[in-house]
Design a protein around this ligand. Structure first.
Ligand SMILES: [Zn+2]
Length: 146
């Protein structure tokens, strides 16, 4: 039971600094391989009632499913649920990540559920830089009033 809690890691969002949890596990472990082997053996006896080489295929399929599941779970846990910041997308395409955060913050602004919520601790932009940015692209800055 304790290992369930250890697999998760406490961290802070890189953008809004909200404390949150991320799955530390990115790929399957020995435990998943053992579980897949057990599932394949159970399936083998359920289908053929004897040792059958086709169980290897079932084993590989089980491995593939658990690997996909662990990776998707990790990928989803990386994205901040409060502000929508996605660090992996940010390293590849900062513009797309900014668009996603903006959409999430706009949604948050309209949702009455967040009216009384604690305001997000968004990074402040120095006045001089904000002016320069505003001159470059009008109205595209993320509002800090949320
Ligand atoms: Zn965040």
């Amino acid at each position: 039971m304790f290992s369930l809690f250890q697999a998760k890691n406490n961290c802070y969002c890189a953008f809004c600094k909200t404390p949150r949890r991320i799955y530390r596990k990115k790929n399957i472990s020995v435990m998943n391989v053992v579980a897949s082997a057990m599932a394949a053996i159970v399936l083998m006896f359920a289908i053929w009632q004897e040792f059958d080489p086709r169980a290897i295929i079932a084993f590989v399929v089980c491995l593939a499913i658990s690997e996909t599941f662990v990776q998707i779970r990790w990928r989803l846990s990386v994205v901040c649920r409060t502000c929508g910041f996605d660090p992996i997308l940010y390293t590849k395409d900062p513009e797309a990540a900014a668009t996603k955060v903006r959409a999430q913050l706009d949604m948050r602004k309209e949702d009455p559920k967040y009216l009384l919520a604690k305001p997000l601790n968004l990074p402040a932009i120095p006045a001089a830089k904000a002016k320069a940015l505003q001159a470059k692209e009008k109205g595209k800055l993320v509002s800090r009033s949320i």
